[in-house]
Design a protein around this ligand. Structure first.
Ligand code: IPT
Length: 954
């Protein structure tokens, strides 16, 4: 039994032609958000539509909050969320959908406000309904629509009553439209964006198009407002008062993401006043580059899905603003609205605060890749009207936003005529912006060459213009519309990408995948991910791959990204006495920033002051003299830290907010040496099964330390295992290999420690071992050599691999257990976690935290929390100095427990604190979707020697 509207190719019936969106004053609009009645049925045709009739008694129906998704309300009694990446969760037989098609009948009764004008018409607007809806007002069927993240409006003036209006909306989870909405995210049916009744006075504008360009040669802006009804356009600050359709050119300040100058204006027609916010800017593809206002831009971007841990894709204005503020505060300048147009208010915020936007159409047919793209809707004329409808609804809604500089046809929809038709339509309708689409390597429809997750080497080839491809493609500028997959710990390699983007003009930056983990707040699991709702098909925690945790706390990945893309570079200039400052903005000079220096001795700041830096223009550099280094710190490691901070409050951050920083080493660190013995070294003596050496007692049988002074120590031994990260678990696109699989196959998670000798000698206790997994010939000959000066204890570890190891090592160091520990202090990189290819943001200083504070709560537990370049650390009553510096990790559970956990709630702290002191760690990379760590960040099994000096703190 087909259900024609749900399962046909058409975009719908009855909706008005799409038009520009603008925020409305309350007087003209009645929000129909709030509590609605809801009845959920398991199939599309199980219930009749009598509920739409006035007088229907829905008194026993449940209630649901609109905007919202019914599966995220009602504690599961309305059904459950489901997550798949690209696979369709139903049989692929377009345009048919399953009989099991959860259907939500929604009812809302409303009165018109007292002051609702008697004249004119009215429009009922839905900003987003997943996946399709049929609408009745007062018993009259007014239409049906698909296109979940697109607005649909209906003329309803003739149907309205002063009171007791019955609005009935039948929503189906699945429709033909679902084939076009196969984005990697939760499937969440519902009326998830605003529902509004708009009063439309006679003589009000239907649609209008603000054209506001900027000529960087003359510094003048040209304004033209096209409208389907005549009116006047005023911009008081510019003295503009023109008719619609008329052009005016005046001196203006241009709009850019860095300096987002908006002019308030008004479009006055016979019937209404429409507020305008005008940003003058010109977008073009010129000299093979994406240029705005005559200058090439470098995108420091992110892909943003709409997400809230409780309300899913129903976001309130404050959450949207929080996203924009977080982006601005982390130096981002661009956002791709993956993979659908966002709530329209988000774009207002981008206009206001300044972000370049790639506005992407609600189109993805990725599941067809499973059948080699056969029957792909993007290449099937029957679907083209639906595709064109989607393109038009996006462009018409969002065309007046200066922040939107690129239209994207969609994501992962293969190739085909439908896409070409969309591109042609968009190019014709809007000549003032560029068109993006990644999925067609020929670039026939696009104004830029775009890729996802290409490795560094390939990106560099593209930068050098040594890539192949069609002639057209070779002439286009390049962006990575997705790169650096922020799933779990990572992404690694951001700084290496950024170096390439900054080295080659053709590389105009990229958009990290993605902004926020789509974890769903869950009473038992903390956060739920794919599979946690009993889905038949799911893709696990692949939906948790954001720079923000679901509660919008920045992950270490975002902190790293902020540093990597900082718009000011502060580096040593080689002389020691000055620092080189470079303005990396595309438009702004440095006048908004203040600079500060500080001087650290052994990590502690001993002097600070302000630094005067000229207001450099974009691209300019200057060498700025530093003061005389403060005297009296000659015996310790010293360095300068120079910071660039906001000189005054901005709309998005307060005065003093840090934008960029750099460190300039002065004196190197003296390595820890054992002082001449303060009392005679007794040398190891045997007795009672204990060997004593200086402050330490060892088990005479195993050679393992039991205590250092009064501090109990146990289980000290070589450790090479880490709980694989999501990136370790991924398969490198280029090599097809998976680190975690190699490691488990090799048995690195179950190493045996064979004791070969415990040798108390003249001045040292030597313990010889071979560390190797069962069933393998590979091993690590490991020698521990303990010495002491009476107070302090030195452990020198030497490791030599037997044979040619077939895999990198996860880590190389020692682990030990402490009976208790809480506060952790260290001099090294921090304050956050840092791995070999994720350590740009960690700065050298003295840091303090707690064992709990060192943990990074990745939704699927995995290796985390290492602190890098640690010179010394104090933990659990011990002081540990490294020779050379080391990585420090401490947690209240073992690596094995961390590895076994699937959710954070699986981790239960014990009394013991497990400490890893690592000589080296394997890099992080981004193989959860993309390449593994670059060769220089891979930890090869090779001979290594490293030492630690332990002492008890008093
Ligand atoms: C890419 C998708 O565009 C994106 O939506 C997301 O699924 C991402 O992968 C992985 O998280 S497509 C893939 C073939 C690289």
């Amino acid at each position: 039994m087909t259900n024609h509207y749900v399962e046909d190719y058409s975009p719908g019936r009855g909706a008005l032609t799409p038009r520009a969106w603008y925020p409305l004053s309350d007087a003209k609009a009645l929000s129909l958000n709030g509590s609605w009645r809801l009845r959920v049925s398991p199939t599309a045709d199980a219930e009749d539509d009598s509920f739409a009739e006035p007088g229907f008694d829905a008194g026993d129906w449940a209630r649901v909050v609109v905007p919202g998704h019914w599966v995220l309300q009602g504690d599961g009694c309305f059904g459950r969320p489901a997550y798949t990446n690209h696979r369709y969760p139903f049989p692929v037989d377009p345009p048919r959908v399953p009989t099991e098609n959860p259907t939500g009948d929604h009812l809302r009764v409303f009165d018109l406000p007292e002051d609702w004008p008697a004249d004119g018409g009215a429009v009922l607007r839905f900003d987003g309904v997943e996946s399709c809806a049929r609408v009745w007002l007062n018993g009259t069927d007014i239409g049906e629509f698909k296109g979940s993240r697109l607005p649909h409006e209906f003329a309803v003036g003739h149907l309205l009553e002063r009171s007791g209006n019955v609005l009935a909306v039948r929503v189906h989870q699945w429709s033909a439209g679902s084939y076009l909405e196969d984005q990697d995210q939760w499937w969440l049916p519902g009326i998830f964006r605003d529902v509004t009744l708009l009063h439309r006075p006679a003589g009000s504008a239907g649609d209008f198009f603000v054209h506001a360009s900027y000529d960087h040669h003359t510094g003048r802006g040209t304004l033209l407002v096209d409208s389907d009804i005549e009116g006047r356009v005023t911009v008081p600050a510019l003295g503009i008062d023109i008719a619609t359709g008329e052009t005016v050119t005046v001196p203006v300040c241009p709009w850019s993401a860095e300096v987002p100058t908006l002019y308030e204006g008004e479009l006055t027609t016979e019937g209404e006043r429409v507020p305008l916010r005008i940003g003058f800017r010109t977008v073009e593809s010129a000299d093979g580059l994406i240029k705005v206002n005559g200058r090439a831009v470098l995108f420091k971007g992110v892909n943003r899905h709409e997400w809230h841990r409780e309300t899913g894709r129903a976001l309130d204005l404050e959450t949207m603003r929080q996203d924009v503020l977080l982006m601005k505060r982390h130096n981002l300048n661009a956002v791709r609205t993956s993979h659908y147009p966002p709530h329209p208010a988000f774009l207002d915020l981008c206009d206001e605060y300044g972000l370049w936007v790639i506005d992407e159409c609600d189109l993805e047919t990725h599941g067809f890749v499973e059948q080699a793209w056969r029957d792909n809707p993007a290449d099937d004329d029957r679907w083209t009207p639906a595709l064109l409808d989607r393109a038009a609804r996006m462009v018409e809604r969002d065309k007046n936003h200066p922040s939107v500089i690129i239209w994207s046809l969609g994501n992962e929809a293969g190739t085909g005529r439908g896409l070409t038709a969309m591109a042609e339509w968009i190019h014709a309708r809007d000549t003032s912006r560029l068109v993006h689409y990644e999925g067609d390597g020929s670039c026939r429809d696009t104004d830029m060459y775009s890729r996802m997750y290409a490795g560094h080497a390939e990106v560099e080839q593209i930068g050098k213009e040594l890539d192949g491809g069609t002639r057209k493609r070779r002439e286009l500028p390049f962006i990575l519309c997705e790169y650096a997959h922020a799933m779990g710990n990572g992404p690694g390699g951001l700084a290496d990408y950024q170096r390439l983007f900054e080295a080659y003009d053709r590389l105009q930056g990229g958009f990290v995948w993605e902004w926020i983990d789509h974890g769903i707040a869950h009473p038992g699991l903390g956060y739920a991910y794919g599979g946690d709702f009993g889905e038949e098909l799911h893709d696990g925690n692949f939906v948790c791959d954001g720079l923000l945790f679901p509660d919008r706390r920045p992950s270490p990945g975002l902190v790293e990204y902020k540093k990597v893309i900082e718009p000011v570079r502060i580096v040593p200039d080689g002389t020691g006495g000055s620092v080189r400052v470079t303005n990396g903005y595309d438009f702004a000079d440095l006048s908004a920033l203040a600079f500060e220096w500080s001087y650290q001795a052994d990590g502690e700041t001993v002097a600070s002051g302000s630094l005067s830096v000229p207001a450099l223009a974009p691209g300019e550099s200057a060498d700025v003299k530093l003061p005389q280094p403060p005297a009296g710190h000659e015996a310790v490691e010293t360095q300068w830290t120079v910071r660039a901070v906001l000189a005054a409050d901005t709309a998005w951050a307060p005065e003093g907010h840090e934008i960029a920083w750099g460190q300039i080493p002065v004196a190197a660190r003296p390595l820890p040496v054992l002082r001449p013995a303060v009392r005679p070294v007794l040398g190891p003596v045997a007795g009672d099964g204990v060997i004593t050496l200086g402050p330490a007692a060892f088990d005479a049988r195993t050679g393992a330390p039991k205590a250092i002074g009064a501090i109990e120590v146990s289980d000290l031994r070589l450790d090479v295992w880490r709980a694989p990260t999501d990136n370790d678990e991924g398969t490198d696109w280029l090599t097809g290999s998976c680190d975690a699989k190699l490691w488990r196959d090799l048995g690195l998670h179950r190493m045996r420690h064979r004791l070969d000798a415990v040798e108390p000698g003249e001045n040292a206790l030597t313990v010889r071992t071979r560390v190797a997994p069962a069933a393998s010939e590979f091993g690590l000959t490991t020698v521990y050599r303990w010495t002491s000066d009476g107070d302090r204890l030195r452990l020198a570890v030497s490791v030599s691999p037997d044979g040619e190891w077939p895999a990198p090592l996860p880590r190389l160091g020692v682990r030990l257990a402490l009976a208790c520990a809480d506060t952790v202090r260290w001099f090294g990189a921090g304050p956050g976690e840092a791995y070999p290819d994720t350590k740009s943001a960690a700065r050298l200083a003295r840091h303090e935290s707690t064992v709990d504070g060192l943990q990074t709560p990745y939704l699927r537990p995995q290796e985390n929390g290492a602190r890098a370049d640690v010179r010394w650390a104090e933990i659990g009553g011990l002081r540990i100095e490294g020779d050379p510096a080391f990585h420090l990790t401490a947690r209240r559970w073992t690596t094995e427990q961390l590895d076994a956990a699937t959710h954070l709630t699986d981790l239960t702290p014990g009394d013991t604190v497990w400490v890893n002191l690592d000589h080296a760690l394997h890099g992080i990379g981004t193989a959860s979707c993309g390449p593994s760590p670059l060769p220089q960040y891979q930890l090869r099994a090779q001979r290594a020697e490293f030492s630690f000096v332990f002492s008890q703190l008093h």
